[in-house]
Design a protein around this ligand. Structure first.
Ligand code: NAD
Length: 469
C-alpha cells in the first residue's frame, strides 16, 4: 500500500503543478491549505442505547462561496480523507468553472449496519450540528451525495434545514442531489457517470493522442473494466456500453467478474440484486479477490469505488492504456509515477468526475431561480421552429412528414438542457487541460496540467481580492 496519506498525495500533486505556475509561495500556500476543519461527535440513540457518532465537515477554500462537496458514509472515514476530498473539490470546481469553493463531509459509520430509521436519525442530527455552526445553507455550504449516500439522505438534510430555518426562500438550495420531487433536478442521478463518459470520449477523440497509446480514436469496440457498481460505476458502465464500448469486467466489494466477449451492465446489475452477489454471472469468470479485476486485459480502466486502489504493489500489473479516474484518488502518488513511466494515460479525478458537481450547480441555480429549466422557453421555441417549418414548406412547396416536423420543432426539456450543459462543460474543460498539457513541456501529464489550470484560476480570484497586492 502507500506510505503517503490521501491528503499528502493531493498536496504532492498540487506541488508538482504549483512550481510550474510561478505564483508567490504565500499565495500557493493559501490555495493549498484547508480553511476550516470541523470534527464533531454527537449522540444518537440506536436500539435504545446512546451511540457516539464521529463526523467531519471540511471547507477547503472560501475563495468562492458557497462551498460545495459530498457527504460520505463509510466505516473508514477519517480527517485526512475528508481534507483530501475537500481539496479535490476546490480544484474540480475551478476546472469546470463552477463558482464554488471545495468542501466535503464524512460520517464514520458502515451504513449497511444501520436501519433506514437509524440512518435518518444520524443524518438529521449531522445536519442540525452543521446548522448550529452556520456550516449549512445555500449561500454557505451546500453538500451533495458521495460514497454511501444518495437522494434519500439529501432529502432528510433539506427537511432538517427547512425545519430549523423556517421561511428561508432559497433554503432548498442548501443541498443538491435531492430527489426530483423534492426540488432536485432531472439528470443529477446519472450526472457523474455521464460526465465520466463524456470526458473519456473526448480524450479518445484525439487521433494523435490515441496513436501514442497504440489505440484507434473513438470508443467503438474499446474494452472497458469498471470497479464499483454504485452510482458512478453503474452509470459510467451504462453510458460506455451505449456509446459502443464493450464492458469486459466489473468489480464489486464481494468479488469481480470478467468476460472478454462483453457483459451486459443491466443484466449484471439485476443478477447482483437477485442473488446478492456479482459472482456466478452466466458466461463470466469469477474472481474472489476483487482487486484482481484491475489487472485484467482492457483498453480503459474505470476505478469507481474508493481511493488508493491502484498502488505501488499493483501498478506494474495494470494492462489498461487509459485509466479514467471516476472515483476520487484511486491512484496513489507512487502508482501515478509508475504508470506515467509506463506511458499510461491517466484522466484525473478532479476533471473526470466533475459531472456531479456541474449538475449540482444547475440544481442550485434551479433552486435559487425557483423555476424548472425550459419551463418558460420550451413552447416558445417550438412555436418559432414551427414558423420556420411553415416557411420552408411554403418556399419549397414540399410537405414535411409529421416525424420530420416533430424532430425540427422540439423545444428542450429540463433533461435536454442539463445533459447538453454537462456535455459542453466536460468538452470545454478537457480542451483547456489538454492545451496546457500540449503547450507546456513542464505540464507533462493530464493531472499536472489540470492542477495548473485550477491553480491559475483560483490564484486570479485571490489576486482580484487584493489580498496579495
Ligand atoms: P456508491 O456508494 O454509490 O458506490 C460505490 C460502490 O463501490 C458500491 O457499490 C460499493 O459496494 C463498491 N465498492 C466498495 N469497495 C469496493 C471494492 N474494493 N471493489 C469494488 N467495488 C467496491 O458511491 P459513488 O457515489 O458511486 O462514489 C464512488 C466514487 O466516486 C467515490 O470515490 C466518490 O467520492 C466518487 N464521486 C462520486 C460522485 C457522486 O456524484 N456520487 C461525484 C464525484 C465523485
Amino acid at each position: 500500500m502507500s506510505n503517503t496519506s490521501f491528503f499528502e498525495s493531493v498536496e504532492k500533486n498540487f506541488e508538482k503543478a504549483a512550481q510550474i505556475t510561478g505564483h508567490p509561495r504565500g499565495l500557493l500556500d493559501q490555495i493549498r491549505v484547508c480553511n476550516s476543519v470541523y470534527h464533531m461527535k454527537f449522540p444518537v440513540k440506536i436500539d435504545g442505547e446512546f451511540q457516539v457518532i464521529e463526523a467531519w465537515r471540511v471547507q477547503h477554500s472560501h475563495h468562492r462561496v458557497p462551498t460545495k462537496g459530498g457527504i460520505r458514509y463509510d466505516a473508514m472515514v477519517n480527517e485526512d480523507e475528508v481534507m483530501a476530498l475537500a481539496s479535490l473539490m476546490t480544484y474540480k470546481c475551478a476546472i469546470v468553472d463552477v463558482p464554488f469553493g471545495g468542501a466535503k463531509g464524512g460520517i464514520r459509520i458502515n451504513p449497511r449496519q444501520f436501519s433506514s430509521d437509524q440512518l435518518e436519525r444520524i443524518t438529521r442530527r449531522y445536519a442540525a450540528e452543521l446548522c448550529k455552526k452556520n456550516m449549512l445553507g445555500p449561500g454557505l455550504d451546500v453538500p451533495a451525495p458521495d460514497y454511501g449516500t444518495g437522494e434519500r439522505e439529501m432529502s432528510w438534510i433539506v427537511d432538517t434545514y427547512m425545519a430549523l430555518n423556517p421561511g428561508s426562500i432559497d433554503g432548498y438550495g442548501c443541498v443538491t442531489g435531492k430527489p426530483v420531487t423534492q426540488h432536485g433536478i432531472n439528470g443529477r442521478r446519472e450526472a457523474t457517470g455521464l460526465g465520466v463518459f463524456f470526458g473519456v470520449r473526448e480524450a479518445c477523440s484525439f487521433a494523435d493522442d490515441m496513436a501514442e497509446l497504440g489505440l484507434k480514436p473513438g470508443l467503438e469496440g474499446k474494452k472497458v473494466i469498471v470497479q464499483g457498481l454504485g452510482n458512478v460505476g453503474y452509470y459510467s458502465a451504462k453510458f460506455f456500453q451505449d456509446g459502443g464500448a464493450t464492458i469486459v469486467g466489473i468489480g464489486e466489494y464481494e468479488g469481480a467478474i470478467y468476460n472478454v466477449n462483453g457483459l451486459d451492465v443491466d443484466a449484471v446489475f439485476n443478477h447482483r440484486k437477485s442473488t446478492g452477489s456479482i459472482l456466478n454471472f452466466p458466461g463470466a469468470t469469477n474472481m474472489a479477490n476483487t482487486a484482481e479485476i484491475l489487472e485484467q486485459p482492457c483498453d480503459i480502466l474505470i476505478p469507481a469505488a474508493l481511493e488508493n486502489v491502484i498502488h505501488e504493489g499493483n501498478a506494474k500489473k495494470i494492462k489498461a492504456k487509459i485509466i479514467g479516474e471516476a472515483a476520487n484518488g484511486p491512484v496513489t502518488t507512487e502508482a501515478d509515477d509508475i504508470l506515467n513511466g509506463m506511458g499510461v494515460m491517466i484522466i484525473p479525478d478532479m476533471y473526470l468526475n466533475a459531472g456531479g458537481v456541474t449538475v449540482s450547480y444547475f440544481e442550485w441555480l434551479k433552486n435559487l431561480s425557483h423555476v424548472r429549466f425550459g419551463r418558460l422557453t420550451k413552447r416558445f421555441e417550438q412555436g418559432s421552429n414551427m414558423r420556420i417549418v411553415d416557411t420552408i414548406e411554403e418556399l419549397t412547396g414540399k410537405k414535411l412528414s409529421q416525424k420530420e416536423v416533430d424532430n425540427i420543432i422540439k423545444g428542450p426539456d429540463e433533461i435536454d438542457l442539463v445533459r447538453s450543459g454537462l456535455e459542453e462543460t466536460m468538452i470545454n474543460s478537457y480542451h483547456a487541460i489538454r492545451n496546457e498539457w500540449k503547450s507546456n513541456a513542464a505540464s507533462n501529464n493530464l493531472r499536472t496540467a489540470a492542477f495548473v489550470v485550477a491553480i491559475n484560476k483560483i490564484a486570479s480570484d485571490y489576486l482580484a481580492m487584493g489580498i496579495f497586492p
